[in-house]
Write a protein that binds this ligand. Structure first.
Ligand SMILES: [Zn+2]
Length: 405
């Protein structure tokens, strides 16, 4: 998504956007009791007890590796979870929903299967699960709990539906894995990206946010899933430590004229040109939030960031920054109809390129870091195009249907 080109006029408040999603989303599981519980420790205790029983069962009955057993039983291990591109623990509600899905599978004596784009449940299991999750969702009175449940369910289904099918690193089907063609690069340590990602974009083949941690590593470009409290807490703890003056969201702020990179950073004290790149002192890290979702979802995501910023820093707006569309790094790339010049990775590359032009950033090779992202983007688009051709799908159709973002 991008910030300077599109109009922001069409979006309502978070509640309205969420309300529209409710009608379309297949969600839910038997979580009424745990979610409605006034004692927050209940679901965790329940889950831990279940896990303990399952672990004992495995130890007694099988000699197979723990990972294989966990996979067969549907448990998502920490290793599997983190393999998808995060350093966080497995979110509690995702674990709970995975467990409930496996429980429903046993109750119905029906095998859970996934298909389509984005790990959608199939067949009779889907119908039964649909009823359950809708009931659960409706029973949740609190819109915050509803959002958390929605996000966790999306993520649980995507993880279960993608295991053994997608490469965990590039999120492409294993036969199309592009990892061997990528080159990693160190991001200047004074910059950190946060990919604030909508659950519907998690594990999407055409997502470009994943490219950033593939190139720079998960500590320099970190995933934060929208509506997953564990992820949001990690991100906001970093922002609190950094202070408001060092956190920027790449988004045009509706209420004021968005600031350009030059407006914001050109007044900073200029580092001497004689300082070699390795000697540049990193006193503060600049944190940049990239909203990684469809344009229509991004309004709710931005609203959530703003609300949290108000809680943390008072009632001022979240500082926003917009890129200069004319100076986009994407303009250097070969013209190809499938390019979406507004995708998340291109935005990060654009930001690095614009910063490079400023004196205090000119000696740290941000242009090379931007090029590394652009190269990875080219690799991703080639891989997606090859896949479509191999599967006999038209490349032209791809332009409309698999908009990268
Ligand atoms: Zn791969």
């Amino acid at each position: 998504m991008i910030w300077a080109i599109h109009s922001l006029g069409n979006f309502g408040p978070l509640g309205i956007v969420q309300g529209q999603q409710i009608l379309h989303m297949p969600m839910g599981i038997n979580m009424v009791a745990t979610l409605l519980s006034t004692n927050p420790s209940v679901p965790f205790r329940f889950w831990n007890k279940t896990r303990l029983l399952l672990t004992r069962h495995y130890r007694r009955h099988s000699q197979r590796s723990h990972t294989n057993m966990a996979r067969e039983e549907g448990i998502v291990s920490l290793q599997e979870w983190q393999g998808w591109g995060t350093t966080s623990p497995l979110p509690a509600m995702v674990a709970q929903i995975v467990d409930d899905l496996k429980g429903l599978e046993q109750d119905l004596d029906a095998h859970m299967s996934f298909g389509g784009n984005g790990g959608k449940l199939q067949g009779n299991f889907r119908l039964q699960e649909d009823k359950k999750h809708r009931a659960t969702y409706q029973a949740l009175g609190d819109s915050e709990k509803k959002l958390q449940f929605y996000s966790a369910r999306q993520i649980a289904c995507r993880v279960l539906g993608s295991r053994g099918y997608l490469c965990q690193k590039c999120w492409l089907p294993m036969e199309d894995c592009m990892c061997s063609k990528l080159t990693s690069c160190s991001l200047y340590p004074g910059i950190r990206f946060w990919l604030y990602m909508h659950p519907k974009d998690f594990l999407r083949q055409n997502n470009t946010g994943k490219i950033l941690w593939q190139v720079f590593g998960v500590d320099a470009a970190s995933l934060c899933l929208f509506g997953i409290p564990e992820h949001e807490e990690i991100m906001w703890n970093s922002f609190k430590t950094a202070g408001k003056g060092n956190v920027w969201c790449l988004y045009p702020n509706k209420s004021e004229v968005p600031k350009s990179v030059q407006n914001v950073f050109d007044q900073e004290p200029v580092t001497s040109d004689e300082v070699a790149p390795t000697e540049v002192k990193v006193e503060t890290t600049l944190h940049f939030i990239l909203i990684d979702g469809t344009w229509s979802n991004s309004a709710a995501m931005f609203k959530r960031l703003q609300d949290k910023a108000k809680l943390v820093w008072g009632d001022e707006d979240l500082p926003c920054i917009s890129l200069n569309p004319g100076a986009s790094a994407m303009h250097k790339l070969r013209p190809q109809p499938s390019w979406d010049r507004t995708c998340t990775a291109a935005a990060a590359a654009g930001l690095l390129s614009e910063l490079q032009l400023l004196p205090q950033f000119s000696s740290i090779e941000l242009d090379k870091q931007a090029e590394a992202v652009e190269h990875a983007l080219t690799v991703l688009l080639d891989a997606l195009t090859k896949r479509r051709v191999r599967m006999g799908r038209s490349i032209t159709r791809k332009v409309r249907q698999t908009n990268i973002r």
